[in-house]
Design a protein around this ligand. Sequence first.
Ligand code: PBG
Length: 329
Amino acid sequence: MFPMTRMRRLRRNETFRRMVRETELHVSDLILPLFVRPGSNVRNPIKSMPGQFQLSVDTLVEESKAIRDLGIPAIILFGIPKMKDALGSQAYAADAIVCRAVEAVKKACPELCVITDVCMCEYTDHGHCGAIEPNRDGRPDVDNDKTLELLVNESLAHARAGADMVAPSDMMDGRIGEIRMALDEHDLSDVPVMAYSAKFASAFYGPFRDAAESPPSFGDRRSYQMDPANLNEAMREIELDIEEGADIVMVKPALPYLDVIRWAADNFDLPIAAYNVSGEYAMIKAAGANGWIDEKKAAMESLLAIKRAGAKMILTYWAKDAAKWLAEK
Ligand code: PBG
């Protein structure tokens, strides 16, 4: 008790603070999301995400070298196809943009881990994450089991192109097991699956839908993504994905769901990933640009908090900046 106990004693200088610091962010914790589209020499700024760009395969390769040189271990790729249709055929076509990007990046930077986002929303003309059929109420909805087939095709296409890991983000039931089995049957048993397990139907994905040109043309994603109110359901989603063979489970978004990350880290021994999403990035960027907040400090505090909550891997648009900031210290 005070005055015997004085918590401030070990906060007095930076040496003490370093010695007692419980959590440290490392560059090896970071994964950078990138957007790739057809064309050459493309570097389209994404308006709602300052500092982020849609790239073509050639500029992506240049970017990948810079990322590797910063010590960032991994990127995750999102594709913007040349055309969209009802079943998202450009997600799994032989010349799919993500497959071409994977081949080119792996050739230039073999040591960089290339993860691919597996989902339909960037490739369908309706912008939903799967095949649309009328549901029991007669309303159009994403058909779970029909979508599984598309996701399997997409995962196989990415893995055959050389993706180091596939990351299904669609939230269909049973997809992790189906993808795992298909990879194993096709001699791709070495390819790990990072499951977007607890993915919430979040307003914080807004800027991403600009970046990936994937807003749903009708309705929303609440019939497949989770209700932000539910922690028990997140536990069940994570348990199911682990049973189905996930190697890494993800919680998304990160900051509004630190409790879910903590729960997952306390209950499972496999690596937990967290996605510091576009809206979390855009808010700090906007406030920083206005001089209302110190972007670097707010970003690094966010990433540290996500790590403290229990995430081993953090998908973040700040990965390059954070790598530089970490190296400055
Ligand atoms: C695809 C997908 C989305 C994000 C990652 N994968 C969008 C969505 O589900 O609507 C969002 C990432 C971000 O906001 O940074 N389904």
